[in-house]
Design a protein around this ligand. Structure first.
Ligand code: NDP
Ligand code: OXD
Length: 314
């Protein structure tokens, strides 16, 4: 029986499984939906939907038509997908996910722009002192990544009056936003922003990018908001840049090890805000809808939507 397999080595996807089963029963009644490790016959699997899939599971499926991440990023599934070079590898692209990310980043930008970091530090010491305030256009936000999330965010921040610039791999034109492209432009991009926001995908080119060189190129007193992937960040280099007072602070949503271990120094750093990979995610109904749509498209011989370019890694 044609099967869609859901799998994760890290997260409990039972709730998503329920939504998948209900929606498949309505739209594709002949499709059974299984949650790993409940899989009687791997040869039946036509589509796999994963989040950090368990080692070796996707590799051994021999009749796949579709591999999909259940999220925006595909870094966690890219290696396993190499076993099936001709099978489309897709991801979730959703305006509501982009809107959620824009809310999170806007909050983080306001946290620094309105000097709430300073007010909270003063509260610990019972100090009453009004931090200096400035209009939005005097705060410059630099976006690393101008894709589905970064380009939407650029518009939201512009709408709030902030000065916005952005850096991407290829050239982009966004009204009112100064854009930079490619490795050679990175240092020029980093010089002006008061707040640098990372919304890059994790690839060989971006792993450990948020390290000593990038922090040194950032303006003294700038802050980092990191929502990409934990492996972008060299934690020791960030701690050094903070402790040398070169950087003002960091809001971090993603970590190389999640959950962030209790012993990690980031938890207790006075100028670091830790959030548990909560910046944004698509609703289960959207994830399920896009994956079933893609399976139906592929069955009809049409191209899948939101397919990843494997050679770029995102
Ligand atoms: P997209 O693929 O749409 O956009 C990626 C952007 O990064 C593009 O602008 C791309 O450039 C740029 N980029 C990629 N590689 C490089 C490079 N080497 N140098 C410069 N720019 C580069 O991704 P999304 O916007 O949908 O998502 C981005 C990431 O956000 C995800 O991969 C995921 O890791 C993270 N994320 C985190 C969430 C959270 O809750 N914390 C939630 C959702 C996503 P170009 O436009 O030229 O191709
Ligand atoms: C994603 C994420 O990639 O949640 O969508 O990090």
């Amino acid at each position: 029986m044609p099967t869609l397999l859901i799998c994760s080595a890290t997260d409990d996807l039972s709730d998503l499984h329920v939504v998948f089963r209900e929606e498949a029963a309505r739209r594709m009644p002949a499709l059974q939906v299984r949650l790993w490790p409940d899989l009687p016959d791997p040869d039946d699997v036509e589509a796999v939907a994963g989040w950090y899939p368990p080692a070796g599971v996707i590799e051994r499926l021999s009749n796949l038509r579709l591999i999909s991440s259940i999220a925006a990023g595909v870094d966690h599934v890219l290696d396993a997908a190499r076993a099936h070079p001709d099978v489309p590898l897709c991801r979730i692209v959703d305006p509501a996910l982009a809107a959620g990310m824009a809310e999170y980043v806007l909050w983080a930008v306001l946290y620094y722009h309105r000097a709430l970091d300073q007010a909270l530090q003063q509260q610990v010491q019972r100090v009453w002192k009004i931090p200096s305030q400035k209009p939005a256009h005097q705060t410059h936000v630099g976006l690393m990544g101008l894709g589905a999330l970064g380009s939407h965010l650029a518009g939201v921040l512009r709408g709030q009056g902030f000065t916005v610039s952005g850096w991407s791999r290829s050239a982009h034109h966004i009204e009112g936003v100064r854009t930079y492209a490619g490795d050679d432009a990175l240092h020029a991009f980093l010089q002006a922003p008061d707040i640098v926001v990372c919304l890059l995908p994790l690839t060989d080119a971006t792993r450990k990018l948020l390290g000593r060189d990038v922090f040194a190129a950032m303006k003294p007193g700038a802050a980092l908001v990191h929502c990409g992937r934990g492996e972008h960040l060299v934690e020791e280099d960030l701690l050094m840049a903070l402790d040398r007072q070169h950087l003002r602070g960091a809001v971090l949503d993603v970590f190389a090890q999640e959950p962030l271990p209790a012993s990690n120094a980031l938890w207790s750093h006075p100028r670091v805000v830790v959030t548990p990979h909560m910046a944004s995610s698509a609703q289960p109904s959207v994830i399920v809808g896009q994956i079933l749509d893609n399976l139906q498209r592929l069955r009809r011989g049409e191209a899948a939507l939101h397919e990843v370019d494997r050679s770029r890694g995102y």
